[in-house]
Design a protein around this ligand. Structure first.
Ligand SMILES: [Fe+2]
Ligand SMILES: [Fe+2]
Length: 260
C-alpha cells in the first residue's frame, strides 16, 4: 500500500505569493503532477493542514481546483492557517470531516493500514491542542483494532523539534503528554506524521516513529535557536510516500523542483 502525504500547501487567492516570492499554487501543482507520475500510483493522498493560507472560502475553492487532477481518494485535515468550517463548506462532499463546530477527526478503514486523522487546530491560535474527547476517541480507535497497522496524522508535531521558534507554536505540552501515553500503549501505530514545520524531521517518540513531512509550498531554513524563521529558496517543494510492505512502513521524501 502506497500512501502519499502533502502538507502545508498554503494556497492563496489568485496572485498570492507567500513571503512575496513563493507561488504556492504553482508548486502544489508541480507536486500533484509529480505524484501522479509515480508507479505504482499511491492509493490515496493525505493532506495534513495549512491547506490554504488565510482560511477563506475563495482559497478553498482554488485549492479544490488545484487538487482536482488527483485520481485517488484525498483525505484532508486542518492546520492553524485553516478554518475548519470554511473547509467543510467548500469540501462538502468530504463527509468524513464531520459536523460544523466539531474537531475534524476521522478514521479511514478498509485498507492494509488504518489511517487516523486528528484535528489539532485551536481557533485563533497558531499552536495546537487535542482535547480530552479526541484523546479518548483515539484510544478507542486503536484499542478496537490492535492487530491492524495504524498511521496517525495531524498538523502540529507533538515532539520538540529543537527549532525554538517552532516549538513555541507546536502542540500544547499537556496534549502531547496525553497523546504520548496513548501511543505508548499501542505498538501497532507504525507512524505519527505531521506538518507545520516545513522541514523533514523524524524522531523515535513513545514507541512509534513521529515525523514531519516537508511542505509543497516552501521550506524553512534550519535555524535551531534563532528568533525567526526564513524560507529557504534552496530547498524545493516536496511530498512524502509512505510504503507499507506488509511488515514495515517505509517513508520516502520526494522533491518536486521545477526540473522534475
Ligand atoms: Fe504551514
Ligand atoms: Fe502550521
Amino acid at each position: 500500500m502506497l500512501i502519499a502525504q502533502i502538507t502545508d500547501l498554503h494556497v492563496g487567492v489568485a496572485g498570492f505569493l507567500a513571503y512575496g516570492r513563493y507561488d504556492t499554487s504553482a508548486s502544489l501543482s508541480r507536486c500533484v503532477a509529480h505524484l501522479l507520475r509515480q508507479r505504482p500510483a499511491p492509493e490515496l493522498v493525505l493532506a495534513t493542514g495549512d491547506l490554504v493560507d488565510a482560511g477563506s472560502e475563495d482559497e478553498y475553492r482554488r485549492l479544490r481546483a488545484l487538487l482536482a487532477p488527483l485520481t485517488m481518494p484525498l483525505y484532508v485535515i486542518p492546520g492553524n492557517h485553516d478554518d475548519r468550517d470554511a473547509l467543510r463548506r467548500v469540501f462538502r462532499d468530504h463527509t468524513y470531516l464531520g459536523s460544523a463546530g466539531e474537531p475534524a477527526r476521522y478514521c479511514v478503514a478498509g485498507h492494509p493500514v488504518r489511517l487516523i486523522g486528528l484535528d489539532t487546530t485551536v481557533a485563533g491560535e497558531t499552536g495546537g491542542a487535542l482535547d480530552e474527547a479526541q484523546i479518548e476517541w483515539l484510544e478507542a480507535q486503536l484499542a478496537a483494532s490492535p492487530r491492524e497497522p495504524a498511521l496517525v496524522f495531524m498538523h502540529h508535531p507533538p515532539f520538540r523539534t529543537g527549532i525554538a521558534r517552532m516549538d513555541a507554536i507546536g502542540l500544547a505540552a499537556a496534549s502531547a503528554e496525553r497523546l504520548g501515553a496513548v501511543l505508548s500503549r499501542h505498538a501497532h501505530v507504525q507512524l505519527l506524521t505531521c506538518g507545520h514545520v516545513h522541514r523533514t524531521i523524524q524522531v523515535r517518540w513513545h514507541g512509534t516513529v513521529a515525523s514531519v513531512c516537508p511542505s509543497t509550498a516552501f521550506q524553512y531554513g534550519l535555524n535551531l535557536d534563532g528568533p525567526g524563521l526564513e524560507p529557504s529558496p534552496h530547498e524545493p517543494p516536496a511530498y512524502q510516500l509512505h510504503c507499507w510492505n506488509g511488515s514495515e512502513l517505509v517513508t520516502h521524501t520526494v522533491a518536486a523542483d521545477s526540473g522534475a
